[in-house]
Design a protein around this ligand. Structure first.
Ligand code: KIV
Ligand code: ZN
Length: 521
């Protein structure tokens, strides 16, 4: 089946950044824009330059550095906004202006105080003015889905006649349902024949949880561009999620004959980067990128997945750049899953050792909801007659401020051995991680770092999750504390311990096996 190309217009840095708690600095925005470019986004809406100095500067910096995606700036139908966007994007290799004005009766009456005639006049004038600076102009009739149909067609006709090259149909308040939205797009195509000369875009909000479904319906009806945000962040309940939309197209090729330029293997990285830049932590059960999206707890599911992942997985974690998640063991897990977990850590036990370890596991599983990999590694080391001897943070001291280079000293204990070391870093947490590396004598690559809060109020605990990479394998560590630096240090040490546990346990088993072989011979 021939696939139709769909342009991906990402507005994480504009509409997404408008959501509470998502604001980013200029440097953070630039870092994320480079991620979007790498991901293969066609158009990056970098900001609303006239709205603040930070917005202006961010659009300017992004325009200087991003070369493979078109840079877009938002502007009201006002000369000053258009000039500001022109100035902010003057270094862009490829650029587009995004002009908007509300068209629905409620916005006309209560927000703009303008008649239909005045709005049509303003649209024509603004696009003509913007044409002086820009070849590419996207025009959005804000609240399009609650605008009278005939007026909406007229608005679109005027915008195209005056030089708009993309028309975007926003479902500003997330009011539409898929069938209705599909019909709206079809009727625009039927009633405004000139839309075939331009890109027809959609921009769906998620107030009813229908943003992805509405966007897919619109593409099926003939839309050629979708506006999305990473992790679905955006005003109120957010916008259409980039990763959900792209993976729906990808997985259901049979039903959705479309293609995008998105490199799906970078989706997870983009999601995690946004989480760490904004601190907006996504729900564990969020499709595609959530913590639980590839975890299987129920025994029957685990058994099925071990035999053939397709029994309960429609997406391969590797396809979005995630490590194939191993199983979370709990009360419902049987011997099959336990054996699989040992295999994952390359732990080969004799039959007798396995039975012992499994019965210890069951006892813990009865008490705990989730048996962590650390628990399992400890069980194994226990069965083999040796307790794993992990590193422990005994003391740390950090000096930081806005006028000094952050430095840290750590004291770490392993059994009776004490290790002390100091280091510097770009921030206090990096300084602590560097000091830990130097004390232990291990260089781990930090792959992921996520901070979240547990509880509310000033005494809330910081919860840190880190992923480190040692010798090509990833190890996850977690730490909690009311002090975020201590939580980070503990998470980092926890990940290192995990690496060590698996190495030690594997070595122990090797030794035991070779002893046995000698005895036999
Ligand atoms: O939701 C909306 O209507 C918008 C417009 C500016 C396109 O974000
Ligand atoms: Zn919006």
């Amino acid at each position: 089946m021939k696939k139709r190309k769909i342009k991906v217009f990402d507005t994480t840095l504009r509409d997404g950044e408008q959501s509470p708690g998502a604001s980013m600095s200029v440097t953070q925005k630039l870092e994320f824009a480079l991620m979007l470019e790498d991901l293969g986004v066609d158009r990056i809406e970098a900001g609303f330059p006239v709205s603040s100095e930070v917005q202006f500067k961010a659009v300017e910096e992004i325009s200087k550095k991003v070369k493979k995606s078109t840079i877009v700036s938002l502007a009201r139908c006002v000369h000053n906004d258009i000039e500001s966007a022109n100035e902010a994007m003057k270094h862009a290799k490829d650029r587009m202006l995004h002009l908007f004005i509300a068209t629905s009766p409620i916005h006309r009456k209560y927000k703009l105080g303008m008649s239909k005639k005045e709005i049509l006049k303003r649209i024509g004038e603004s696009i003509r003015y913007a044409k002086y600076y820009f070849d590419n102009i996207e025009f959005s009739p804000e609240d399009a889905t609650r605008t009278e149909r005939d007026f909406l067609y007229e608005v679109i006709e005027v915008a195209i006649a005056n030089g708009a090259t993309t028309i975007n149909i926003p479902d500003t308040v997330g009011y539409s349902v898929p069938e209705e939205f599909e019909e709206l797009i079809k009727s625009i195509i039927r009633n405004v024949p000139r839309v075939s000369e331009i890109d027809l875009s959609v921009h769906c909000h998620n107030d009813l949880g229908l943003a992805v479904a509405n966007s897919l319906a619109a593409i099926s009806a003939g839309a050629t561009q979708v506006e999305v945000t990473v992790n679905g962040i955006g005003e109120r309940a957010g916008n259409c999620s980039l990763e959900e939309l792209v993976m729906a197209i990808n997985i259901r090729k049979d039903y959705l004959p479309f293609k995008t330029r998105i490199k799906t293997k970078k989706l997870y990285k983009a999601s995690k980067l946004l989480e760490s830049l904004t601190g907006l932590i996504i729900a564990r059960n969020k499709p595609i990128v959530g913590e639980n999206a590839f975890l299987h707890e129920a025994g029957i599911h685990q058994h099925g997945v071990i035999n053939n992942r397709k029994t309960y997985e429609i997406i391969r974690p590797e396809d979005i750049g995630r490590d194939p998640e191993h199983l979370v063991l709990g009360r419902h897990s049987g011997k099959h899953s336990f054996r699989e977990k040992l295999k994952y850590y390359n732990l080969k036990l004799t039959k007798e050792q396995f039975e012992k370890a499994f019965s210890k596991f069951q006892k813990i599983a009865d008490k705990k909801k989730e048996v962590s990999d650390d628990d399992i590694l400890i069980i194994v080391a226990n069965v083999l007659g040796q307790y794993p001897n992990g590193y422990r943070l005994e003391y740390f001291d950090v000096k930081t401020g806005n006028k000094i280079y952050p430095s840290a000293t750590v004291k770490i204990k392993k059994g009776e051995t004490k290790m002390v070391s100091s280091s510097t870093g770009n921030g206090p947490i990096e300084a602590v991680f560097n000091a830990i590396d130097s004390a232990i004598g291990l260089k781990a690559k930090l792959k992921d770092f996520v901070v979240s809060g547990v509880g509310a109020g000033r005494d809330a605990q910081g919860q840190v999750k880190v992923v480190i990479n040692v010798e090509g394998n990833n190890y996850v560590g977690r730490g909690n504390s009311t002090d975020i630096i201590e939580a980070s240090a503990n998470a980092y040490i926890n990940a290192i311990n995990r690496y060590n546990f698996s190495m030690e346990a594997a070595n122990l088993i090797k030794k035991q096996n070779s002893k046995k072989e000698k005895r036999v011979s």
